[in-house]
Design a binder for this molecule. Sequence first.
Ligand code: HEC
Length: 313
Amino acid sequence: MRFAAVAVLLLLPQDGDVARRVLPDEVKVERVELAVDVARARRALASEPPAKVEAWRAEGRHFASPRESSAWAATVVRVDTPAGAVDVAVSILVDEDLIARVRVSGPGAAKIPQEFLRRFGGLEIDGGALLEPRSTLEAARAKAEGRDAEAAVLRALLSIRGSMCAFHPVHNAATERLRKRERKADEAEALAGLFDDMAKAATDLSFLKEENRKRLREYSVAASGQAKAIADGLRAGDFAKAEKAKEAVGDSCNACHGQFRRPLRSERARRKLGDGYFVVGYDVVAEPGADPKALQAVADGVRRGSVLLSTAK
Ligand code: HEC
């Protein structure tokens, strides 16, 4: 096993600083050869390009942890992007099965938005699709193309997931128009469109009770209406109206999430459409203006690092 583990963990001794940056300052860091469960890691990563990996382990307090002391593991994966190589450093909180932090360095790193990296922080490793090969996602997506009732459910789940995945970049762009007092409503219209799609998809979620499908639909229609009010305000130059509508959209999240986020997430996971594939446009958001190829390469690195660290326990 040890021999096999070394075959996966190609150690690069010079990159300790990168790993240091994804671990809290106060923790003691030691460089280790992690005993990766090679079979599990290989299965998960079967269809992905190879990358070099180095691993560290650390013990120490974590501010958000209920425990006094947390075990951390960190690793660096080098990936190629069109703008040059990027060293992707990932740390996980071992006991809590969470990705803690992701940082990048190297020639191509300047082109990777911080927002993109921040979204990996706090993602759960357990219960998701991290240890499923990406071919499983492809298979589920193919199944969603079918004509039966289950295909309709899959399409609805994928659609809602896609809408929420797209939310932040579109919302940020609409908010930016408002901040700059620009009379351009395209992004706010797109935001309304995301909730319109959700309203349509809600009808096909046959695993929900009728009344709950109706409620999800109502929440979606309401949120869409508020997003349209942002668009109307922007177009008319009525920025006070747009501002008020923006706040209403911001207030809409909790009620809907409180009731629907968890059930939809677990229904997706049950159908092997969970999070953790880290495919840009599926469970990872493409930042506008950034090169999707570069983002996907970094997401590949995060996934490889997380798989190796999580199978090493
Ligand atoms: C009409 C219902 C509804 C409203 C309103 C809504 N959401 Fe969601 N949101 C969902 C559902 C359902 C999910 C879970 C989708 C899934 O996991 O497949 C979700 C998931 C998300 C996710 C993905 C999180 C993850 O797991 O990666 C983000 C981000 C998000 N919502 C942001 C927002 C924000 C911000 C708002 C408010 C401004 C908002 N949503 C309003 C229904 C809603």
